[in-house]
Design a protein. Structure first.
Length: 242
């Protein structure tokens, strides 16, 4: 099973890579992109294994790789803690995220909405039963993460990744994934506000319920509300930094 959509520097399918390598690269990319930051405590091995749909042994091995790269700190009896990007530079990215950083948030938010709404419209028509089951499982898991922003961020990335891939268009997946990664620093802060995670989980539930109807208009309406909520809360955090 291919667990990674696009890891910077990778070209083509990753099916020949071990699952351990795929998971370590997935977590490393989250650290490099800013989704996970120094000081964050990772969820337990059991929780990560559930979120990423792999075994605890695979998670343990992947974390060992990151520990060797000095990206995480592993202590017996304590949660694994993110240290930083480590000694190795991130591979040259094939994404457009670098150029997006030069754009205004309003411009990127508008473009993200235009693309992501088309993605979910296609997903409503093409998503498989397995895809729906995966999204439902993630939402159920997220309902237990209302006080766990780090765990929720990892699960949120999985949720959107699964949703994007369900549209059946790899080019759209690449583009909308870059939009998702924009302004993550502010999105992290927004999720720390009281009730923010609960609101996002409810949005996710409504999106999944709409997808189950296979009605593109209903799915678009649910996603539009979620994107507007993301835009408003992120803009508030950006304004607070000025």
């Amino acid at each position: 099973m291919e667990l990674i959509d696009r890891i910077p520097g990778e070209h083509g399918r990753v099916s020949k890579r071990t699952v351990k390598d795929q998971i370590s690269d997935k977590l490393a990319y989250m650290i490099h992109s800013g989704l996970l930051r120094a000081g964050d405590e990772l969820p337990s091995e059991r929780a990560l294994a559930t979120t990423l749909e792999v075994s605890r042994e695979t998670v343990r091995a992947a974390i060992g790789v990151l520990h060797a790269r000095r990206m995480v700190e592993v202590s017996q009896g304590a949660r694994t803690k993110v240290i930083g990007a480590g000694l190795l530079p991130m591979h040259e990215s094939v994404s457009t995220l670098g150029s997006l950083k030069e754009r205004s948030f309003e411009e990127v938010a508008e473009a993200r909405a235009a693309v992501e709404l088309q993605v979910i419209r296609l997903a409503a028509q093409r998503i498989t039963d397995n895809g729906l089951a995966r999204l439902s499982s993630l939402v159920k898991e997220q309902e237990l993460m209302l006080k766990d922003p780090v765990g929720f961020q990892i699960s949120d990335r999985e949720f959107h990744t699964t949703l994007y891939k369900s549209c059946g268009n790899s080019l759209l997946v690449d583009v909308v994934s870059d939009f998702y990664d924009y302004a993550l620093e502010y999105r992290r802060k927004a999720l720390q506000r009281p009730g923010a995670i609960k609101h996002s989980v409810q949005d996710h539930k409504e999106i999944v319920d709409a997808l189950k109807t296979r009605n593109p208009d209903a799915a678009v309406a649910a996603m539009r509300g979620h994107l507007e909520q993301v835009r408003e809360t992120t803009m508030k955090e950006m304004a607070n930094r000025v």
